[in-house]
Design a protein around this ligand. Structure first.
Ligand SMILES: [Zn+2]
Length: 385
């Protein structure tokens, strides 16, 4: 776990935080929006005041192995003391991977799961500081960096090691002010999905269950209000907190079928991660519930789903069936209200489904509460095609 500082304004401590590791920082950011936005001057000042010199790398879009290797080559000899990433999940994952490889200097392909030789990572990692500017991936609390190779031969795979976890996570909900609403929607559904999948995972545990449930309660109350008004400070804090908890949980418990499908979808099509998760989570939850009722009616995740249904409905007395209905109603309602696009909007056709299904059984699918059949996975896609 990183040291966590949470709250409006913690962004201004970034310079002092970085200075604890040295005077030379590599700053990793996403597209140009941070630099053009209202927080940039303050962030630069914070580094200057702490006498931290910054070199800069920009990662537009989701990071590819080539982008990571290029950054590592460029700064391998630059005596960088700390890597600071400020941005969405893409910038944070890029910073995490770069921090891991800056000293050893080898290619990230040596370690990527399911790609290449999968050599064990031996470090050392450069200290990494993460400042999320979106509320979704929880990357500030996880031990993996997701890298994307897009296209027909594409993949979306993790570089994962305990040593990659950020030393410090500075979570400042104010950053969400500048987030486009469609991004708030997609990322919010990602956080919600991660909390739900962690809660019912085959590796769920009591500590993560407590955290996930609290995160789901915050998401219940903050997701739509934040989408409707990004100036709602309470809703910003609620979703930033839910997202952080989702990262803490998923790093311990793994995820489920939604993330299993999001991986090939994001590799083969230009669909943002949160959009893929958000559009699938209602049907995927329905599918898990039906499969368990049919094949494993004593499965403990059935009660876990009912617990979430009662939480979403704010009615503790609901029967199991009513609680499951309430859970699905809430998920479908958010899918509609947040205007999450169908898969066809990203160029997916039904002819692509077999290839997506065939590539969905990566690490996330392994912790889905029940092993789904290919036709069940295909049906999830079909409903949101
Ligand atoms: Zn996710």
């Amino acid at each position: 776990m990183p040291r966590i500082a949470f709250g409006a304004g913690v962004r201004s401590t970034v310079g002092a935080c970085a200075a604890r590791y040295g005077r030379r920082a590599l700053l990793v950011t996403g597209g140009a929006s941070l630099r053009a936005g209202p927080f940039w001057a303050e962030l630069e000042q914070s580094f200057a005041k702490a006498e931290v010199h910054i070199e800069q790398v920009q990662i537009a879009d989701e990071p590819s192995p080539d982008q990571i290797d290029a950054a590592v080559r460029a700064y391998h000899q630059a005596d960088i003391d700390v890597v600071v990433a400020i941005g969405g999940g893409s910038a944070l994952d890029a910073g995490k991977a770069i921090a891991g490889l800056l000293r050893p200097g080898n290619s990230v392909l040596d370690h990527l799961e399911g790609v290449g030789p999968e050599r064990p990572y031996q470090g050392p990692a450069v200290p990494f500081v993460a400042l999320p500017t979106t509320a979704g991936t929880g990357s500030e609390a996880t031990k993996n960096a997701v890298l994307s190779q897009r296209g027909a031969e594409g993949y979306k795979k993790s570089f994962r090691d305990e040593a990659l976890v950020a030393r410090d996570a500075l979570v400042d909900p104010d950053f969400l002010q500048t987030c486009p609403r469609s991004v708030l929607a997609a990322n919010g559904m990602d956080a919600l999905t991660q909390l739900l999948e962690s809660f019912v995972s085959t590796r769920s545990n009591p500590l993560c269950a407590a955290l996930a449930l609290d995160g789901l309660k915050q998401a219940r109350d903050a997701l739509l209000p934040l989408y409707e008004d990004p100036n709602n400070a309470e809703a910003r804090a609620g979703m930033a907190y839910a997202s952080l908890l989702s990262g803490i949980c998923l790093a311990q418990t793994g995820l489920g079928s939604v993330h299993g499908l999001a991986s090939p979808l994001g590799a083969f099509f230009p669909i943002p991660h949160g959009m893929a998760c958000g559009t699938l989570v209602a049907k995927a939850t329905d599918t898990n519930l039906s499969a368990m009722q049919q094949r494993e009616p004593e499965h403990p995740a059935l009660e876990a789903y009912a617990t979430v249904g009662r939480l979403f409905a704010s009615e503790q007395g609901l029967s199991r069936q009513d609680a499951w209905d309430a859970l699905l109603d809430s998920l479908w309602d958010w899918t509609e209200s947040l205007q999450l696009q169908r898969l066809s909007a990203w160029g997916v056709t039904s002819a692509d489904h077999p290839r997506i299904v065939a590539n969905s059984r990566g690490s996330s699918m392994k912790t889905n509460p029940i092993v789904l059949r290919d036709e069940e996975i295909a049906a999830i896609l079909a409903v949101r095609q």
